[in-house]
Design a protein around this ligand. Structure first.
Ligand SMILES: CC1=C(/C=C/C(C)=C/C=C/C(C)=C/C=O)C(C)(C)CCC1
Length: 271
């Protein structure tokens, strides 16, 4: 059994690491934002890419292993089916995707239920709360159609609920660094950058870290790399095709939402 001082030391170190990671990434994001919108969006996408690996290994049955080729093919097929549905019904697709994302995010964040929902609703609705117009414009560009105002209002209300829960959670545990960083990001940063940061800091990194604590980093890398690297290269290729104008942004967005969805759906959703 760990002695009390050793336990205290360990917690102090984790506390320091949490603060350093949260404020380090927030500062990096603030610098990108100061450099301009292009840099902000690029870093936001970078956060999403860096988070790919947390879902790139098969981690359902208490073990961690690489996806087999057939698993990966089935995954891509399911992702393409969701992308096609997304193109056919963009607003319904986005609504379902955001609902699933909030559900998925609250599974992973640390802390009690209050803090987990505070994080999830902030990540999904925080930008709509603080920067409704800018967020609506981004969604409109991704969907290729204007976003109805009542829809944005509902998302902003979800973000407002996230803020209220965050204040309550921080009242109980004032050093919830990553929650503070996520709220600050959605209030101050470009919505793509804010959401990318929140996704990485509150979801992907803690999940990845938990896998590494359990199985060791070398095992995590061995299991995740065969799918994470092609997925990252694929996403970078899609971004490049959009930049040079040979892939419409709406298609790229449908692919991004589509490819993320099987990862969410293969989790135990009832928790
Ligand atoms: C709010 C918001 C966004 C939402 C992104 C989400 C909700 C991503 C979810 C990813 C998941 C769930 C990954 C799986 O682990 C965008 C599109 C960046 C545009 C800017 C505002």
């Amino acid at each position: 059994m760990a002695s009390a001082p050793a336990d205290h030391d360990r917690r102090l170190r984790a506390f320091g690491r949490g603060a350093a990671l949260s404020f380090g990434l927030l500062s990096l994001a603030a610098l990108a934002q100061l450099a301009g919108t292009g840099a902000a969006i690029a870093l936001g996408i970078g956060f999403f890419l860096a988070g790919f690996a947390h879902g790139a290994a098969e981690h359902q049955s208490g073990t961690l292993r690489a996806f087999r080729l057939l698993d990966a093919a089935a995954y891509v097929l399911a992702g393409l089916a969701v992308a096609a549905l997304f193109l056919a019904m963009p607003l319904a697709g986005l609504t379902l995707f955001l609902l699933l994302s909030a559900w998925h995010f609250q599974h992973s964040a640390g802390g009690d239920r209050l803090a987990r929902w505070a994080y999830a609703l902030t990540a999904v609705g925080g930008s709509a709360l603080w920067q409704g117009e800018a967020t609506a414009e981004i969604f409109a560009a991704l969907l290729g159609q204007p976003i109805p105002q009542p829809w944005m209002l509902v998302l902003a209300v979800a973000g407002g609920a996230g803020l209220v829960l965050a204040i309550a959670a921080l009242g109980r545990r004032p050093h919830g660094w990553s929650l503070i960083a996520c709220v600050a990001a959605t209030a101050l940063l470009h919505p793509v950058l804010a959401t990318g940061l929140a996704f990485f800091l509150g979801h992907a990194w803690p999940m990845q870290h938990a896998q590494a604590r359990r199985f060791g980093w070398s095992e995590v890398i061995r299991a995740a790399a065969p799918t994470a690297i092609p997925a990252m290269l694929g996403a970078l290729a899609i971004a490049a095709f959009v930049l040079v104008g040979i892939l419409p942004l709406v298609w790229a967005a449908a692919l991004a939402f589509g490819m993320a969805t099987p990862h969410i759906l293969t989790e135990r959703l009832e928790r």
